[in-house]
Design a protein around this ligand. Structure first.
Ligand code: MLT
Length: 265
């Protein structure tokens, strides 16, 4: 489905009933990365999975996209869908950065947080310089070439060996991101604030899910988040890299379903 927000048209899926579970994709993906979750979790929650501005089927508007702005887009989508009750946010990687921004802006709207393959820390100086290089590569060589250079790092060795179809599916998804979306998100992530202080403020229960073989965000980042948070459980998934929800969907969905049980009325 597609719906007009104040300055762009957002594409999303909305299925199931009950507690709203907002799935926020990572970079440079779209809501299709949640394919193994959308139907599977719709028996436990109302699953809402949007394409962020510039990604997937949403309009490619010029950036930079700050994490605050992306969080604001999600709140506007929820308002438009008439979702008034507090939601569970589930963000992977950049989706996690956006979840922290959402919590800072709208704490009363958050019943729970699922943080997958993400980190609280901001970019290092080296990380910021790499964002500029990737943006330059996007302009000069195109989105597909950036997708090609990222692809192998996204997966665990086992996935690369045993699931080439998944790898190609993800490559195609990344290559479908607009140039505006790619650069807008890179520039927004580069300027994102440190969310470490936010970790201490988070009141709702959290679930952290991390692939043991994540090469983009090392497992230590997840362990550091857990030890700082008031109420966070960490599930480490073997034979999974950065795209833990796609590489090991059963383990991921099992952890999410168990976590959601506490919200049953
Ligand atoms: C993502 O998967 O969203 C990105 O790897 C996040 C990042 O580049 O920091």
């Amino acid at each position: 489905m597609r719906i007009k927000l104040s300055d762009f048209t957002i594409a999303y899926e909305d299925t199931g009933r009950g507690l709203p579970l907002l799935l926020i994709h990572g970079f440079p993906f779209n809501h299709r990365m949640w394919h193994p979750q959308i139907e599977a979790l719709s028996g436990s929650a109302r699953v809402i999975a949007p394409d962020l501005r510039g990604h997937g089927e949403s309009t490619p508007v010029p950036g930079p996209y700050s994490m605050d702005q992306l969080a604001g887009d999600l709140a506007e989508l929820l308002d438009t869908l008439n979702v008034k009750q507090p939601i569970v946010l589930c963000g992977l990687s950049m989706g996690g950065y956006i979840s922290f921004a959402f919590y800072r802006r709208f704490p009363g709207r958050v019943a729970g947080l699922i943080l997958a393959a993400t980190r609280a820390k901001p970019d290092t100086q080296e990380g910021k310089a790499n964002r500029d290089k990737t943006a330059e590569k996007t302009r000069k060589e195109g989105v597909r070439s950036v997708a090609d250079s990222m692809i192998e790092k996204l997966f665990a060795p086992q996935t690369l060996r045993q699931n080439p179809d998944l790898v190609e599916q993800v490559r195609t998804m990344m290559a479908g991101t607009s140039e505006e979306g790619m650069i807008g998100a890179l520039m927004g992530m580069k300027e994102r604030p440190d969310s470490t202080p936010t970790l201490e403020e988070i009141q709702p229960p959290a679930l952290i899910i991390h692939g043991r073989d994540d090469q983009i965000v090392p497992l230590e980042e997840a362990e550091a988040m857990q030890s700082t948070m008031r109420d966070a459980k960490l599930v480490v998934v073997p034979d999974a890299g950065h795209l833990v929800n796609m590489e090991q969907p059963e383990a991921f969905n099992h952890a999410v379903r168990r976590y959601l049980e506490q919200f049953r009325v």
